[in-house]
Design a protein around this ligand. Structure first.
Ligand code: GTP
Ligand code: MG
Length: 837
């Protein structure tokens, strides 16, 4: 160790060492109880969860509050005698508890042996050994370099390096991670595979799935588990499992394997690839592998041959509705089937190994699912330091993290970068904007509280009390019916909050992520609205939906390549719940809930425009989102712009592409067909049938796109500061005056937007200059970048920006429509006053 420090090798290794990884980022995803957690054990070639022989058995303590070993991330299981509520299908009793929204990534090595692949969990000791072998190599190289150069001023050089040392030798803790690594040097072997996997397990409850993208980044491989003992379109209830008991999650709501599958594959297809530094080769898009679990149940019910036939049938049936996403699914995983049938609880070790190998063999062939990344070696050592420091607490403060970073010769910026990488790739949670700055080395701290908060709405009262000590029946029903809670409830999650991680921190965080919204109740107390806790929509609003204006749909369209036609996918998971909170929190329009019931996936709001109240219904139908408005047609464009802007914000928050479009239902009523609106040309084209039957003159549709700008009502004659409410007016004026959209970039610069902002817009709207112009205007109206320095969002600054990019006729037109009257008035006043003189 001493030599390593003195020679500067340790410092150089810390500063320059990299681990070249071929990385597969796997997300276990699928319906609740379909076997994600059990499948993860299978992939890692570990025994199926059997329950833990621990003091937690038969206790009322929630096992999820266990301090799990961050390295093993062992699934939380329980041996509590199982009391099935009678709702369990096929008399299967679960031995695993439901997983919270997400778990920290498990690191595993991909080991190829004899042409076969296995995945092996990387334990702390193994990671230390790996780092030691990397350090050994660095030391050997350094020695060789020194021998070769036999530098005459070597001593001088070494002296200089010693001065650089940030931690004096005597300060090294005997249990220091670097020392642990150095101690392993004599035993260090050559590095084996640098093919790694990060596996993230998730919870399948619908509310959990909606929140998942807030905490995770796009995986390169989604392992979708479907319980194939249930048919593809068979309806079933989702269960929440805790302490060996099961509770229905969504009171009577039914889901099917297909619905979940379509939604998961669609969401994966619109996710932007993970954007972290050091990625050398990005995956083109994510892939999915479909694991058909509970195969044993299917076989037991019939026989092996019939079960096999059933899997083939299910496979083609599954792909029938989203054939356009076939290229995103690993096909022929079992004969010609896209479903690999398996019993994830298989106890027989050689059969288990065989299943695991077969699955991994298929996955290993899918090179699209890997990325190549040069991870700075110190990221791994840093994580080990953080884990040590966080022991018992689950988190460290930013200052503590910085101090640990110094031991690895990292400066503050490098610590920040390492934390961001760890946050994005392993779900160590770090939100620098929340004070005090904390690093959650064990993300369960945060995610468990949120998951348990939602679980209070699923379980019975006694079980709720095991989650939150002394929770009252009122608190439970206030959350279930109204989606609301007070800070006091959080304090009842004992043993979770400690030191700087307080309920206040947790609330700030959820507000920052737009998962909750703060409201003041009549008594002046703050309450928190968590829409995820609300029940699923039951069509209650349908009888009241206004009919005089056609509903406006939002659909999501995905494109394989630039010249391929756009194909319909489902609403990405996570968008709606964030949209809900963003809409409540926007400041431009006053909105209030109507007296209808509240749902997680449908809202009915009163929106006030010029003081008058109108009703707005927004419903997530999972294939599309639909919007109904009962106000005058002239306000429809404003409402549309508000909703589009809010959806964009939610898309950005979950790293989803902004590839939504407006549409109307196909007049031919063809299934899965929509008339997608081409806003620029004011036409709508059906995506499946050839017709475009929506008349260009039918105002009940086109009012949403209102050709005329409502200049008088928007008060645009004066050179006042404009805001996002004027977006439609500005867009219509540009359109009418034949503004050349191709000039959008220079126009944006002229408005005061930064080059980087415009580049981001360009990436979000490829080959869509109309979309680029819109986003430029949104940023301008939001006064982003240097907009205020250019005079703010006013007609005069807009006109100047147009003139600066040679759009003089557009500038003249807008002047004539907006400032001319004012100019005329001024002229008139001047002439009057000169006469008086
Ligand atoms: N017979 C049989 N049972 C299975 C199989 N896979 C899972 N199970 C059972 O289903 C239960 C739930 O499995 P998990 O792996 O915990 O399910 P999950 O998808 O992780 O569920 P959530 O975490 O709630 O989303 C287990 O406790 C097992 O009893 C299978 O292939 N065959
Ligand atoms: Mg699970």
């Amino acid at each position: 160790m001493e030599d390593l420090i003195k020679s500067g090798t340790l410092e150089q290794w810390c500063k320059e060492g990299i681990m070249k990884l071929t990385l597969t980022r796997v997300l276990m995803i699928g319906p609740a109880g379909s076997g994600k957690t059990c499948a993860q054990s299978l992939l890692l070639n570990e025994d199926p969860p059997m329950g833990i022989p621990s003091e937690y058995a038969n206790s009322s303590k929630p096992p999820t509050l266990l301090q799990s070993d961050p390295h093993t991330n062992a699934p939380s299981t329980t041996t509590t005698p199982v009391q099935s509520s009678g709702l369990t299908p096929h008399s299967i009793v679960s031995i695993t508890d439901s997983t919270p929204i997400a778990c920290k990534a498990v690191k595993a090595l991909r080991i190829a042996f004899d042409g076969k692949e296995t995945w092996k969990r990387i334990t702390r000791d193994e990671l230390l050994k790996k780092l030691a072998s990397s350090l050994k190599k660095a030391a050997e190289n350094a020695l060789r370099r020194r021998q070769i150069s036999a530098h005459p001023h070597l001593e001088e050089l070494e002296g200089a390096m010693e001065i650089d040392l940030e931690v004096p030798l005597e300060d090294y803790d005997p249990e220091d991670v670097l020392k642990e690594i150095a101690d392993l040097l004599p035993k260090a072997e050559a590095q084996l595979s640098e093919k790694w996997v990060y596996i993230v397990d998730s919870g399948g409850q619908p509310a959990y799935q909606e929140l998942l993208p807030v905490f995770t980044r796009a995986a390169t491989l989604n392992v979708i588990t479907l319980d194939i003992s249930k048919g593809i379109d068979e309806e079933f209830e989702f269960m929440y499992r805790i302490n060996g008991r099961e509770f229905p999650c969504d009171g009577g709501m039914k889901y099917t394997n297909r619905k979940i599958f379509d939604s998961v594959v669609s969401s994966a297809s619109v996710q932007k690839p993970i954007d972290i530094e050091f990625v050398k080769l990005q995956s083109k898009h994510s892939m999915s592998f479909v694991l058909g679990t509970h195969y044993d149940v299917l076989i037991e019910r019939t026989n092996e041959k019939d079960a096999e036939t059933k899997v083939v049938e299910m496979s083609s049936n599954l792909m029938s509705e989203l054939p356009q996403l076939e290229s995103r699914i690993i096909s022929k995983v079992h004969g010609n089937s896209v479903i690999y049938p398996v019993n994830t609880m298989q106890k027989h070790s050689s059969k288990r190994q065989k299943n695991s190998r077969e699955i991994l063999e298929t996955i290993s062939k899918c090179i699209e699912a890997t990325i190549e990344i040069d991870v700075p070696i110190r990221c791994f050592a840093f994580e080990l330091y953080l884990e040590k420091k966080a022991k018992g607490k689950g988190f460290v403060t930013k200052d503590e993290a910085i101090k640990e970073g110094y031991k690895l010769y990292m400066n503050d910026d490098e610590v920040e970068l390492a934390l961001t990488i760890l946050h994005n790739s392993t779900i160590i949670l770090y939100y620098p904007r929340i004070q005090p700055q904390l690093v959650f080395v064990n993300p369960q701290k945060i995610i468990d509280v949120l998951s348990h908060l939602l679980a209070l709405t699923y379980v019975d009262y006694p079980t709720a009390q095991s989650l939150a000590t002394n929770v009252t029946e009122f608190e439970k029903s206030y959350l279930t019916k109204n989606g609301r809670f007070k800070k006091g409830l959080l304090k009842k999650f004992s043993k979770v909050f400690s030191d700087d991680f307080t309920p206040e921190y947790f609330i700030n965080l959820l507000q920052h992520l737009h998962i909750i919204s703060e409201l003041k109740n009549q008594a002046g107390y703050y309450v928190y609205f968590l829409p995820s806790a609300l029940p699923a929509y039951n069509n209650e609003y349908d009888k009241d939906l206004p009919e005089s204006i056609k509903p406006l749909y939002y659909v999501w369209l995905e494109q394989e390549d630039e010249w391929e036609s756009k194909k319909l996918v489902h609403v990405p998971q996570g968008i709606f719940i964030l949209f809900y909170v963003h809409l409540l929190e926007q400041k431009e329009y006053r909105v209030e809930f109507t007296q209808d019931s509240k749902y997680r996936d449908a809202v009915s709001f009163w929106i006030y425009i010029k003081g008058k109240r109108y009703t707005l219904y927004i419903i997530n139908c999972y294939e599309h989102i639909k919007v109904y408005f009962d106000g005058p047609k002239k306000y429809c464009p404003q409402v549309r712009e508000l909703i589009t802007t809010t959806i964009n914000k939610s898309s950005d928050a979950i790293n989803a592409k902004r590839n939504h479009a407006n549409a109307f239902p196909c007049p031919n009523k063809k299934k899965h067909c929509y008339c997608v609106v081409d806003e620029e040309n004011q036409v709508a084209n059906c995506i499946l049938c050839k017709s475009s039957d929506i008349s260009e003159n039918d105002e009940t549709y086109w009012c949403w796109f209102g050709l005329e700008s409502d200049s008088s009502s928007a008060g645009i004659e004066e050179d006042v500061l404009l805001n996002i409410k004027h977006l439609h007016d500005v867009r219509m004026l540009l359109k009418k005056s034949q503004f050349s959209n191709a000039e959008w970039f220079n126009f944006g610069l002229g408005l005061g937007l930064y080059h980087n902002t415009l580049k981001t817009i360009e990436m979000d709207y490829p080959r869509d200059t109309n979309g680029c112009v819109r986003e430029c205007l949104v940023k301008w109206l939001e006064k982003a970048d240097d907009v205020n320095d250019k005079g703010g969002a006013k007609w005069s600054t807009l006109i100047k920006a147009l003139e600066d990019c040679d759009q003089n006729s557009t500038a003249d037109y807008i002047r004539s429509k907006t400032l001319k009257r004012k100019a005329d008035e001024e002229l008139c006043t001047t002439s009057k006053s000169s006469k008086l003189d």
